[in-house]
Design a protein around this ligand. Structure first.
Ligand code: APR
Length: 230
């Protein structure tokens, strides 16, 4: 049985208008990572961190999935083997595009997490500073996203999928952030064929056996056609 593992990053949502992190016009050009995407930043300046994620959450609510998200959902539905979809994205565009199952390794904008007791619930569109946890009452609500210095979610399940995969594709990710940037090597060790699908070569392009460059709305549907047809 063939096992496909797909890893997606901000590039797949770029043409939906979500914006990427790195490069010209990227989020990290105007905003320092250390100011909004670390536990230390949240402890130091929760107003700034909540404002950043409230803005991202509200933006995410206005955007629509594109042809790349839809093509992946089609692959998940129509492929006779297993397709494991892992995303670093905190938006819900894979779900909106029809994906039946998505592993959000960096969490979700739609989620709230209690920093005191780890309870999870649906985030309000505007999460105020000191919002009380509905379970323990601590004024410790935070976005349920994985910050730099924190452990990504679902790693055991992800490593299980990678060690048995036969085809691995990384789509729209710059290859700068680990552990995701190292998944290609796990897949290679498992004997999988590896494909990078991105606008331009990523930082780890040399680890891939095959590359396909161009905008995701064109390259991803074409790749899915090839996988389903071949
Ligand atoms: N189609 C395909 N790829 C694109 C497109 C497009 N239309 N537009 C941009 N890209 C590519 C860029 O060339 C770049 O290589 O998408 C990649 C996006 O890279 P990053 O902005 O670094 O995003 P990502 O790799 O997902 O970042 C990983 O970093 O800050 C953290 O937690 C955040 O999950 C994120 C992680």
């Amino acid at each position: 049985m063939e096992n496909i593992v797909i890893l997606t990053g901000a590039g797949i949502s770029a043409e939906s208008g979500m914006g990427t992190f790195r490069g010209a016009g990227g989020l990290w050009e105007n905003q320092r990572v250390e100011d909004v995407a670390t536990p230390e930043a949240f402890a130091r300046n929760p107003e700034m961190v909540q404002a950043f994620y409230n803005g991202r959450r509200q933006k995410a609510a206005t955007v629509a999935p594109n042809a790349a998200h839809e093509a992946i959902a089609r692959l998940q539905r129509d492929y006779p083997g297993t397709v494991t979809l892992i995303t670093q994205n905190v938006d819900a565009l894979h779900e909106k595009g029809g994906s039946p199952e998505v592993i959000h390794m960096h969490g979700e904008l739609a989620g709230a997490l209690c920093a005191a007791c780890d309870h999870r619930w649906t985030a309000p569109a505007e999460m105020p500073v000191g919002h009380p946890c509905p379970d323990c009452g601590a004024p410790a609500a935070r976005p349920d996203v994985v910050w730099f210095g924190e452990m990504p979610y679902h790693m055991e399940r992800i490593l299980d999928a990678l060690t048995t995969c036969t085809l691995f594709a990384a789509i729209g990710t710059s290859g700068n952030v680990y552990p995701a940037a190292g998944f290609v090597q796990e897949a290679f060790r498992a004997g999988a064929h590896t494909v990078e699908i991105n606008l331009e070569p990523s930082a780890v392009v040399s680890d891939f056996a095959e590359t396909r460059f161009g905008p995701a709305t064109q390259t991803v549907p074409a790749w899915v056609d090839d996988v389903l047809g071949g």
